[in-house]
Design a binder for this molecule. Structure first.
Ligand code: MOS
Length: 742
C-alpha cells in the first residue's frame, strides 16, 4: 500500500480538543439549550417482573409546570413499534420498546416520562405517580437460575472442540478452577443524555450521547419512519462511554416520543442511579478452566466453560471463551459458552467485551498452572506461545507479544522476582509481582471522509464519527499531517455530526484502523490531484526526467518536490494558484477489509507489583507496566493515554467494581458512587505504557492495530496473580477486596 507512515515518525501531538475539554467549552449532549425547552424525567418500575394494572398520573399531570406524562396507557406509538416481526422470533430476540406494553421485565424499567418546564418540577412530579402492579416471581440470581432456567440456544452457543476434549485430564500436571466476575457497570463520568428538537413533525434534531451516529440515525429513521436527511444527530463530545453508548436506549426513545407529544424541545438526562439499569453493563460470569500439561510445561489440553447472563427480552452475547482457542499453542481445546435469560435489564459491550472476561480466567489459570509446575509464569507463556492461529488455521498478520513481554518484564524488573509466594516482604507489607496477557481482534471497516484543501494551505477533514475519549480527531490530524506533509495546526478534523460524510462507529478498537485508512487514502488522493495539476510544469522536468511520475515526487513541508532534486518544488498553495483553483474538495471512501488469509490481533503484556497488608487486607497497586503490540502507534501521546485509561478500568475490575442486586427484590443495591467503587487518583500509581511499535503489514496502510480494549484485557488477572504471589492466597472471585484477603 502506498502512503505508509515512515520512520522517523512525526512527534506526537497534543489533543486538538484538549483546551475545549479542560476549560469547559466542550459541549456535551446535556449542554445544549433550545428556547422553550422542556425537561423529562424517567420513572422506573419498582418491581422486577409483572404487569402494570393501572397508573394514577393525575397528581403528576396537575403539578406545577408539568407539560405531559407519557405511560404505556397513553403513548402515541411511533410507526416503528408496529412493524411486524416474524412469527417465530424468540422472546429473547424481541427486544423492548419503551411504553409499548404493560409488562415489567426488570426493576427500574422505564414506565413513564414526566415532562415539565424545569428539571426540578419534572423530578418532583415524577414522585407523584402511583402504580398498581400484579407481581410475578422473577429470577435475578445467576447461580440459582442455572439449574432451573433454560440457557439460550443457537449458533453462538455451539461447543468448540479441537482435538481430544479429555487431553487435559490425562496430563501429568493439571489444574482446575472456577472464576467469578460480578456485574460491572461502565459508569462513564458523563451521564447518558439526549436533547431532542422536532423542527417539523417529520424532521428532528437530536443531541445524543452515542458512539455511533450512523446507527443512531438509522434507528430513529426506522422508529419514526423518517427520511435520512430529516434525522440530524449531533454528538460533539462524549465524556466516556466504554461501550454503553451504542444502543438507542429506552430513555432516548422516550425523549423522542415525549418531545413530539408535547411539541417542545426536550432534554432527558439519566441520573447516576438510573445509569445502572438503563444503559447496559458487563454481565456476571462464572468460568471453569481446566488445563493439563507435561512436566516440562508444554500444555496438552484446555477446557474453558463460561456461563453468563442476558435479559429475558433480548439476547446479548460476547466471545468470553474465544481467547482460550487462540492465545496459546494448545493442540486440544474444548470451549463452551451458555447464557441464561434473567429478569434484569440488557447487558451490553463493555471495554474488551468477552475477551476481558475470558482473559481474566485464562490468565489466572495459566498462573495457577505455572505454580503447579514450579515454573516461572512468563517462561510458561513463552513455552506455549502460538505462532499461528490454530483456531482459524492461518498465520497472524503480525504478533509481537514476545517483544511486549520483553520490554514489559524488563521495565518492571521481573527477573528479580522470587518465585515463591509470600517470599518478598517489604516492611509490614507483602510484595507480589504478577502478569497477564491480553488479546483483542484487529479489524477495519469502511468509512467516508470529506476533504477540502484550500489555497491558504489549510486542510479540512470531515467525517460522521464520534469520540468517547481516545482522541480520534487528534490521531486523524496527526495522521493527515504526517502523510500530507503539512503542519498539524493547518488541519481541522470535524466530526460529531451525522450530516458529515458517513464515518464509522467508535468501538471494537476499530476507529483508528477504519477511519485512519480513509484519511490516509484521502491525503494520497490529494497529493495525486496536486501532482496532476502541475506535473507538466517545467520546474519538474530535468535532463533525465522528462515525463515526471507520481513516484518521482515527494510531499513535505507543504511542498511538492522532485525526490531527486529538492530545489525543484512548488508549494501546495502555489499549485492551486497556478491552476486557478481556490480549493480541492472531494469525498474519499474506503470499503471495509476482511482478509481471510490472516488473523489480526493486538496484544498486551501487563505486569504489576502489588503490596498487600496482611493484617488489614489492603492492596496497594505499587507499579504497573503495560506493554502493548498495537502495530504502528499513530499518535503516541493519546495512545498512551488509552492504555492508562484501560489499566485504570482494570484496577477497578480487579479490586473494586461489583454490581450488587438484592435478589429478594431484583433491585440494585449499590447504584451510586458511594457504594459502587471505581478507582480514584489515590488508587492509581504511575502507569508505564510501552509500545512495541512495529507495523502490522496487512491490516491497514498505517500498520496500526486497535489498542482501546486490549489495554484492559488480561489486566485484572495480572493483579490477581500478583496478590497470589504476595500472599499465597488465590482469590478467584472478583473484586479482590480486603475481606477476601484476611
Ligand atoms: Mo467498546 S466495548 O467497543 O466501546
Amino acid at each position: 500500500m502506498e502512503n505508509k507512515l515512515k520512520e522517523p515518525f512525526m512527534p506526537p501531538i497534543d489533543r486538538v480538543d484538549g483546551k475545549l475539554k479542560v476549560t469547559g467549552a466542550a459541549k456535551y449532549s446535556a449542554e445544549y439549550n433550545i428556547p422553550q425547552m422542556a425537561y423529562g424525567v424517567m420513572v422506573g418500575s419498582s418491581i422486577a417482573k409483572g404487569i402494570i394494572l393501572s397508573m394514577d398520573t393525575k397528581a403528576a399531570e396537575n403539578a406545577p409546570g408539568v407539560l405531559g406524562v407519557i405511560t404505556p396507557f397513553n403513548i402515541e406509538k411511533p410507526a416503528g413499534y408496529n412493524i411486524e416481526t416474524s412469527g417465530n422470533i424468540s422472546a429473547t430476540k424481541k427486544g423492548f420498546n419503551v411504553f409499548d406494553d404493560k409488562l415489567i421485565r426488570f426493576s427500574g424499567q422505564p414506565i413513564a416520562i414526566v415532562m415539565a418546564d424545569s428539571y426540578e418540577r419534572a423530578l418532583h412530579a415524577a414522585t407523584l405517580i402511583k402504580v398498581n402492579y400484579k407481581k410475578d416471581s422473577f429470577q435475578t440470581n445467576l447461580e440459582k437460575a442455572i439449574p432451573v432456567v433454560k440457557p439460550l440456544e443457537g449458533n453462538a452457543f455451539k461447543d468448540y472442540t479441537r482435538g481430544d476434549v479429555n487431553a487435559w485430564k490425562t496430563a501429568p500436571v493439571k489444574i482446575e478452577a472456577e472464576y467469578n466476575i460480578p456485574i460491572e457497570v461502565h459508569n462513564p463520568m458523563e451521564l447518558h443524555a439526549i436533547t431532542v428538537h422536532w423542527e417539523t413533525p417529520d424532521k428532528v434534531l437530536v443531541y445524543e450521547k452515542t458512539q455511533s451516529l450512523m446507527d443512531t440515525q438509522e434507528k430513529i429513521m426506522e422508529l419514526f419512519g423518517l427520511k435520512k436527511e430529516n434525522v440530524h444527530i449531533i454528538t460533539k463530545f462524549i465524556g466516556g462511554a466504554f461501550g454503553s453508548a451504542f444502543n438507542v436506549w429506552p430513555h432516548a426513545v422516550a425523549a423522542l416520543i415525549g418531545a413530539k407529544q408535547i411539541n417542545k424541545p426536550l432534554k432527558v438526562v439519566l441520573s447516576r442511579d438510573q445509569m445502572f439499569m438503563n444503559v447496559g453493563y458487563r454481565p456476571q460470569s462464572i468460568q471453569k478452566i481446566s488445563i493439563g500439561a507435561q512436566p516440562d510445561g508444554k500444555i496438552t489440553g484446555i477446557n474453558h466453560e463460561a456461563i453468563s447472563m442476558t435479559a429475558s427480552y433480548q439476547e446479548f452475547t460476547e466471545g468470553i471463551v474465544n481467547v482460550s482457542r487462540m492465545l496459546y499453542d494448545i493442540p486440544n481445546v474444548f470451549t463452551r459458552y451458555k447464557i441464561y435469560p434473567m429478569d434484569l435489564s440488557l447487558p451490553t459491550w463493555m471495554r474488551g467485551p468477552g475477551e476481558t472476561t475470558g482473559a481474566y480466567a485464562l490468565e489466572c489459570a495459566i498462573d495457577e498452572l505455572a505454580h503447579a509446575l514450579k515454573m516461572d509464569p512468563l517462561k510458561l507463556r513463552l513455552l506455549n506461545y502460538s505462532d499461528t492461529d490454530l483456531e482459524k488455521q492461518r498465520p497472524y498478520s503480525s504478533k509481537y507479544l514476545k517483544e511486549a513481554f520483553e520490554i514489559g518484564s524488563e521495565k518492571i524488573g521481573w527477573n528479580d522476582r522470587h518465585p515463591e509466594p509470600r517470599s518478598m516482604p517489604e516492611g509490614d507489607w507483602l510484595a507480589g509481582y504478577g502478569m497477564g496477557s491480553g488479546v483483542f481482534i484487529g479489524w477495519r471497516g469502511g468509512a467516508q471522509v470529506g476533504a477540502r484543501f484550500t489555497a491558504d494551505g489549510k486542510l479540512l477533514l470531515q467525517s460522521a464519527v464520534t469520540d468517547m475519549g481516545p482522541g480520534t480527531a487528534t490521531a486523524m490530524t496527526k495522521l493527515a499531517a504526517e502523510t500530507f506533509g503539512i503542519s498539524p495546526d493547518k488541519i481541522v478534523f470535524e466530526m460529531g455530526d451525522s450530516s458529515l460524510p458517513p464515518g464509522i462507529m467508535q468501538g471494537g478498537s476499530g476507529t483508528t484502523s477504519s477511519l485512519g485508512t480513509t484519511v490516509n487514502n484521502a491525503t494520497l488522493s490529494l497529493k495525486k490531484k496536486l501532482f496532476e495539476l502541475v506535473k507538466n510544469k517545467a520546474v519538474f522536468h530535468t535532463e533525465t526526467i522528462h515525463d515526471v511520475k507520481f513516484e518521482d515526487v515527494v510531499f513535505e513541508n507543504g511542498q511538492m518536490m522532485l525526490s531527486s532534486d529538492h530545489t525543484r518544488k512548488m508549494s501546495y498553495s502555489d499549485i492551486l494558484e497556478s491552476a486557478g483553483l481556490d480549493n480541492i474538495e472531494f469525498i474519499e471512501e474506503t470499503k471495509g477489509f476482511n482478509n481471510v488469509d490472516y488473523s489480526t490481533y493486538a496484544y498486551a503484556a501487563h505486569f504489576v507489583k502489588v503490596l498487600v497488608h496482611p493484617a488489614t487486607g489492603v492492596i496497594k497497586m505499587e507499579k504497573i507496566v503495560s506493554a502493548v503490540d498495537g502495530g504502528t502507534i499513530v499518535n503516541d501521546k493519546t495512545a498512551r493515554s488509552q492504555i492508562i485509561g484501560g489499566v485504570v478500568g482494570g484496577i477497578g475490575m480487579a479490586l473494586m467494581e461489583e454490581g450488587v442486586v438484592d435478589n429478594r427484590y431484583g433491585r440494585w443495591v449499590n447504584n451510586n458512587f458511594a457504594d459502587y467503587h471505581v478507582p480514584v487518583n489515590a488508587d492509581v500509581p504511575h502507569i508505564e505504557a510501552l509500545f512495541v511499535n512495529k507495523p502490522d503489514p496487512i491490516l491497514n496502510p498505517m500498520g496500526s492495530k486497535g489498542i482501546g480494549e486490549v489495554a484492559m484485557v488480561g489486566f485484572a488477572a495480572a493483579v490477581a496473580n500478583a496478590v497470589f504471589h504476595a500472599t499465597g492466597k488465590r482469590i478467584r472471585a472478583l473484586p479482590i477486596t480486603p475481606d477476601k484477603i484476611i
